[in-house]
Design a protein around this ligand. Structure first.
Ligand SMILES: NC(=O)c1ccc[n+]([C@@H]2O[C@H](COP(=O)([O-])OP(=O)(O)OC[C@H]3O[C@@H](n4cnc5c(N)ncnc54)[C@H](O)[C@@H]3O)[C@@H](O)[C@H]2O)c1
Length: 340
């Protein structure tokens, strides 16, 4: 017998904020660098190539007493039937007994924890005087990139959003984002004044940016090496499967490289294509971000270098975030407890 707390998206939204996500992901990266956090190899299966697939990301966070997994199922035909395109489910278990503790709607956490990862890349690797952020990609995830970066990086004051798929600036989309970003910041008690504008010229915006987050499913580069000025930081989020690529390989080759997980970044993250092309070697990765956070590795070495942080998404982010949501929900009596 095991008591499992089942948490819906609505339960999680009541108790889990963008600041919680930043704290959780920083702690998860720290634990990984200290050997207490482990990301196990991802399992991926396509049911029908380009139509439906699933992946399982799993791992252990010994410092939090947990192991577990997140299962993400993508069925592109679902919206036509009025169903979500993606179902995400996280299971966390006690690592002293193996007992399952909670089953969570992962979608309520994924955006926040992914935004937190990109923002921590900026916090730890961008120049300290970085004020201008460009978010390349204007879809579901982009709102979380903006909110997390504003929450984590007090110097960022001007944010531009560009949709590489469209010739014109995504003005309407940015109006929706403004409300969602303000709501996320206010739920976390973060008071910030900021400018948020839609732009149509990605090359100009990238050239003026101090920090860039790329968050598209692109399979051909959307940001070129010669667009960036010295000292720019780029957090890459979109490439989370083999074949995806957002930065030109020459840009990756010119940058000081950081990742969330060395193996996954090379097998299915932003570095997969440049490594396969021979533009870089896996040994060119300077460090995982957790090694910078714990002081085991140096981050940015000068104001002129270009830094890149690739986050392809690892289970320890979801485990640390889910633990906070689970404990808060239990305190508040949210969710349904089921005896298995
Ligand atoms: N690293 C992680 O932890 C993590 C977590 C969640 C999602 N993701 C990835 O982030 C990416 C974006 O997710 P989303 O939910 O915001 O997607 P979305 O479909 O809601 O938005 C995608 C955005 O990219 C643009 N776009 C689409 N195809 C493009 C192309 N070929 N080239 C350039 N731009 C293109 C779209 O117009 C849109 O602005 C996806 O690749 C997703 O798999 C990564």
């Amino acid at each position: 017998m095991a008591s499992v707390r089942v948490l819906s998206a609505a339960d999680i939204q009541q108790v889990f904020t963008i600041n919680d996500a930043l704290e959780a992901v920083e702690d998860a990266y720290r634990q990984k660098a200290e050997g207490a956090g482990v990301a196990w190899p991802m399992v991926y299966e396509a049911f029908e190539e380009g139509v439906s697939d699933m992946d399982i990301r799993s791992g252990r966070l010994a410092g939090s007493g947990l192991f577990g997994l997140k299962l993400t199922a993508w069925f592109s035909g679902n919206p036509a039937q009025g169903l979500p395109e993606i179902f995400g489910t996280t299971l966390i278990c006690d690592d002293a007994t193996g007992a399952p503790l909670a089953l969570l709607n992962a979608s309520a956490i994924t955006g926040l924890r992914t935004g937190a990862a990109a923002a921590l890349g900026i916090k730890w690797l961008a120049r300290k005087d970085a004020t201008r952020l460009l978010v390349a990609g204007a879809g579901h995830m982009s709102t979380f990139m903006v909110a997390a970066s504003l929450a984590a990086c007090p110097s960022i004051a001007h944010v531009e959003v560009w949709d590489p798929k469209r010739a014109e600036a995504p003005v309407e989309r940015v109006e929706q984002m403004r409300e969602a970003v303000s709501a996320m910041l206010s739920a976390a008690g973060v008071e910030r004044s900021f400018e948020l504008v839609a732009v149509g010229d990605g090359e100009r915006a990238a050239g003026a940016a101090d920090a860039i987050v790329t968050v598209t499913p692109a399979t051909a580069p959307i940001i070129k090496r010669n667009w960036l000025r010295p000292g720019t930081h780029v957090s890459c989020v979109g490439a989370d499967m083999p074949g995806k690529q957002e930065l030109e390989s020459a840009l990756i080759a010119a940058a000081r490289l950081f990742v969330d997980d060395r193996a996954q970044s090379v097998s299915s993250g932003e570095l997969e294509v440049p490594v396969n092309e021979g533009a870089i070697k896996p040994e060119d990765i300077v460090a995982e971000l957790g090694e910078v956070i714990t002081g085991k590795a140096a981050g940015r070495m000068s104001d002129d270098e270009i830094t890149v942080f690739d986050t392809s998404g690892i289970a320890v982010q979801d485990l640390a975030a889910s633990k906070i949501a689970f404990e808060r929900a239990a305190e508040a009596g949210l969710g349904t407890v089921t005896e298995l």
